[in-house]
Design a protein around this ligand. Structure first.
Ligand SMILES: [Fe+2]
Ligand SMILES: [Fe+2]
Length: 129
């Protein structure tokens, strides 16, 4: 079963950002699948680290895109990114430093929530015509 999958409801009308979102969803899906399959903790940490690195790049590129079109909601969107980054780092940090061998359900729910509320509800605004 594919748990994280890009679909048309995530379309933000900007090709480069759609491509990055597809990569992001793919990285979440790999992490989810490895976690479900009982992969060793080191592998899960590597996947989670790769996700964090991609998110850093994605937020930079997305903020650069919004600046390039003079998007009026840029500052508010930046703040939302900052908060998401704090939460993501906390989930990853808790996993890395904790004794759990598996990613928590709360972490998975947070990633799902990200797609449904951030991409669908917030990112789509900069692509509106
Ligand atoms: Fe965003
Ligand atoms: Fe985004």
């Amino acid at each position: 079963m594919v748990f994280f999958e890009w679909d048309a409801s995530l379309d933000v009308n900007v090709d480069e950002m759609n491509n990055q979102h597809k990569t992001l969803v793919g990285l979440m899906d790999v992490l989810y699948k490895k976690n479900t399959a009982g992969a060793p903790k080191q592998e899960l940490m590597d996947s989670a680290g790769g996700l964090v690195n991609f998110v850093i790049k994605h937020f930079q590129d997305e903020e650069g895109y919004m600046a390039s079109i003079n998007f009026p909601g840029l500052e508010a969107h930046k703040q939302i990114h900052k908060n998401l980054m704090v939460d993501l780092n906390k989930f990853v940090g808790d996993f890395v430093n904790g004794s759990d061998e598996k990613i928590s359900d709360e972490f998975i729910t947070f990633l799902k929530f990200w797609l449904s509320t951030h991409i669908r509800g917030i990112d789509t605004k900069y692509g509106m015509k």
